[in-house]
Write a protein that binds this ligand. Structure first.
Ligand code: SAM
Length: 289
């Protein structure tokens, strides 16, 4: 299962140490080297899973200087894995420059997928996931953060934001100011860990809950925020996929003057990925208008 000359990008747990996949364990046991963002942080996880492979540091500050060494090693016929402190490397984590350099040098890069806080938080947010945008960490200073939020304010799809404990309250306050108090959101804290907490509600409700309890200001956070206008919809079909629904309407309006309604529903259902009954009911509604 292991190929020579290959760099594996291996996802590790975001909290619960048993969330390391069986394939990841086997691979990490057999590669020639593991490059880790912080070797001291990763060693307990590796040892817990019986992984004794030689581990070297590769982080934000030495990534550029390590690249030629890694490439030389892979060229010589060895294999290596890149891991970071938590989750999927390159997702708000080091590795981009190394992966790009490997590509440019014709060296194979292969993923070993697994946890990421983005997908874990989205999966339990109860907000539309048919389209979303991951925007990483907001700027640290409030003025820059508000400008950054302003650029996201009119997007119709769900936003996923990372935040640290030092700034969680200030960031939520800026979100209320710029995106408005009423948007639906989920604050996902300490996912897969002992104090995992999910707070669902309007942005202002979540801010109040976090402000009121110092424990809610500790740990690691993902903020999942409904897009503009979509999160308040009461139409089930739109809640299920607002972006799809918009495309659906456009498709139906285009086809209705030219085709029988059943054909419109069939085509729209295939083109927009919604079921045929939803497309048919929508077409009926629009025909009546
Ligand atoms: N590569 C990681 C991933 O795939 O999710 C993200 C690394 S980034 C440096 C760290 C941030 O991810 C944290 O500040 C937090 O926003 C989020 N995060 C990581 N683990 C988390 C967890 N267990 N619960 C909530 N958020 C988490």
């Amino acid at each position: 299962m292991l190929s020579e000359h290959t760099l594996y990008i291996v996802a590790t747990p975001i909290g619960h140490r048993d969330d390391l996949s069986a394939r990841a364990i086997e691979l990490l046991q057999h590669v020639d080297r593991i490059y880790a963002e912080d070797t001291r942080h990763s060693l307990p996880l590796l040892r817990h899973h019986g992984i004794e492979t030689r581990t070297l540091a590769l982080h934000e500050h030495n990534e550029a200087s390590r690249i030629s060494m890694v490439i030389e090693h892979l060229r010589a016929g060895f294999s290596a894995a890149l891991i970071t402190d938590a989750g999927t490397p390159l997702i708000s984590d080091p590795g981009f420059r190394l992966v790009r350099a490997c590509q440019q040098q014709g060296i194979k890069v292969s993923p070993v997928p697994g946890p990421s806080a983005v997908t874990a938080a989205l999966s339990v947010s109860g907000l539309p996931t048919d389209r979303f945008q991951f925007v990483g960490f907001p700027p640290a200073k409030s003025t820059a953060r508000q400008t950054w939020l302003q650029a996201l304010a009119s997007l119709p799809h769900t936003l996923v934001i990372y935040e640290s404990p030092h700034r969680i309250v200030d960031s939520l306050a800026d979100i209320v100011t710029v995106l408005g108090a009423e948007r639906r959101m989920t604050l996902a804290r300490e996912l897969t860990k002992k104090f995992e907490t999910l707070i669902h509600g309007s942005v202002s409700e979540v801010l109040s809950a976090v402000k009121a309890d110092a424990n809610q200001q500790r740990g690691e956070f993902v903020l999942v925020i409904g897009g503009q206008a979509r999160s308040h919809s009461t139409e089930p079909e739109l809640n299920a996929g607002y972006a799809q629904a918009a495309d659906l309407d456009k498709t139906i309006i285009t086809l209705l003057p030219h085709l029988p309604i059943k054909t419109v529903a069939r085509c729209a259902s295939e083109l927009c990925g919604v079921n045929r009954k939803t497309a048919y009911d929508r077409a009926l509604k629009m025909q009546g208008r």
